[in-house]
Design a protein around this ligand. Structure first.
Ligand SMILES: [Zn+2]
Length: 285
């Protein structure tokens, strides 16, 4: 099968320019990927779920070589990786980056040019130089081990993957189980770390559910929410546990039912969804 970027039902990808030399690419699953161009090369932050060929989309936008990087290892961020012979991520992200969520993802993965692509590692504090512009790697793992944000020094943007967003941060998809309060502590430390660098970025660009976000209210609300969860005093919304699913959604097979009963805790703009069971990453295997 040949990968194309148009299906019978329409285009898989769309994109728009969000700033000079900076684009948001989205797919029909509404993932947000970001293409950041410097004078020598461009970086694609996350590659989506792998439908079609996202590399072709980036090559329509820029003539410079594109380096693909991942905020973390979930397949809706790594699915397009095999369009490139090598992709950069953290060691922890690499543990699951090549594991499709389901058979459809696996089919897309296997149809790519480089299914055995090489994984290259970066770490906290490293800087990716694009020529007159750089992205700093900032480690913020909670939603997933090995999650990073990228700080764009030219545009003063922070690209944060799934660790902070306007919909909800999901806490039941880690590689290894983590108790709820432990996870809240990890997340709180990350939010405080970002708060301590607030003078370096003006906008936050998550990978799902709307962007950009104005940093301060989100960071404050998440820190408070994390603290409440650590203390066991969080407000839990009734009947909106997951993504609008009813509280008993786990009784009906759907994408998330196998994670058990989900709860949504809210504080101002901040929302976290967690499982009553331990937080375990499940693949489509
Ligand atoms: Zn994720």
């Amino acid at each position: 099968m040949i990968c194309t970027n148009v299906t019978q039902s329409g285009a898989i990808y769309g994109y728009w320019q969000i700033a000079p030399d900076t684009w948001c690419i989205t797919n029909r699953w509404k993932n947000f990927m970001y293409l950041i161009e410097g004078e020598e090369k461009a970086v694609l932050i996350d590659t989506g779920d792998g439908e079609g060929n996202i590399r072709e989309v980036t090559e329509k936008i820029t003539k410079k070589p594109v380096m693909a990087v991942n905020t973390h290892g979930h397949f809706d961020h790594t699915g397009g990786n095999p369009c490139w012979p090598e992709v950069w991520m953290t060691k922890e992200a690499a543990l699951h980056a090549k594991e499709p969520f389901d058979d459809l993802h696996r089919q897309w993965y296997n149809n790519k040019r480089y299914p055995d692509y090489q994984i290259r590692y970066f770490e906290e504090g490293e800087t990716i130089e694009l020529g007159g512009r750089s992205l700093e790697v900032i480690s913020i793992p909670a939603h997933s081990e090995g999650s990073v944000a990228f700080l764009d020094d030219r545009m003063r943007y922070l690209f944060c993957g799934d660790e902070l967003e306007g919909g909800q941060v999901i806490w039941f998809v880690r590689n290894e189980p983590a108790a709820l309060k432990e996870q809240a502590l990890m997340h709180k430390k990350n939010m405080e770390k970002l708060m301590s660098r607030l003078d370096e970025f003006d906008w936050i660009w998550p990978a799902h559910n709307g962007a950009p976000l104005f940093p301060l209210p989100y960071l404050q609300d998440f820190i408070e929410l994390d603290l409440k969860i650590m203390e066991g005093t969080q407000d839990v919304q009734k009947n909106t546990a997951g993504f609008g699913f009813p509280e008993d959604h786990h009784a009906v097979p759907n994408l998330f039912y196998s994670y058990g009963k989900l709860k949504r805790a809210s504080n101002g703009l901040a929302n976290v969804v967690y499982s009553e069971a331990e937080s375990v990453y499940l693949t489509g295997k």
